[in-house]
Write a protein that binds this ligand. Structure first.
Ligand SMILES: [Zn+2]
Length: 133
């Protein structure tokens, strides 16, 4: 599964960033994924859930922002959102268009929790966290 490798890459980058910041725990990772990457959000969630136990990101939340494709028409100057299959300009039907967004795959932010050591912090249950949106 494609998403497994992507999630491993995201986690590796997050671990590096957290270690550099001197953090011991990651509480949230926010990423942006363009629809044209064809990455499935549910598969990312699945990979995240299976890769994080036993790491500093155990119990962390993965927040994915999906970006729909957007293009700019070089002929009439229109900027428009479209789906994965229909790139042509809706105004003048031109194929002379430039993709502006939709292929992103980036980490927006990594939130770390620095629990004071020696103090047993009870684990909050994250199993019934409300879904966003
Ligand atoms: Zn056009």
């Amino acid at each position: 599964m494609h998403e497994m490798g992507i999630t491993q890459g995201i986690l590796a980058a997050a671990f590096d960033a957290a270690e550099e910041a001197g953090a011991t725990r990651i509480s949230e990772i926010r990423i942006t994924v363009g629809e044209l990457t064809e990455i499935q959000t549910f598969a990312l969630d699945f990979a995240f859930e299976s890769l994080t136990p036993g790491t500093m990101a155990e119990g962390a939340k993965l927040v994915v922002t999906e970006l729909s494709p957007r293009s700019h028409c070089r002929d009439c100057g229109l900027t428009y959102d479209h789906d994965r299959f229909e790139m042509i300009c809706p105004d003048c039907q031109s194929f002379n268009v430039e993709l502006l967004q939709g292929r992103e795959l980036r980490i927006d932010s990594i939130e770390t929790d620095d629990a004071p050591s020696g103090d047993a912090t009870p684990e909050a249950s994250a199993s019934d966290a409300p879904a966003e949106e």
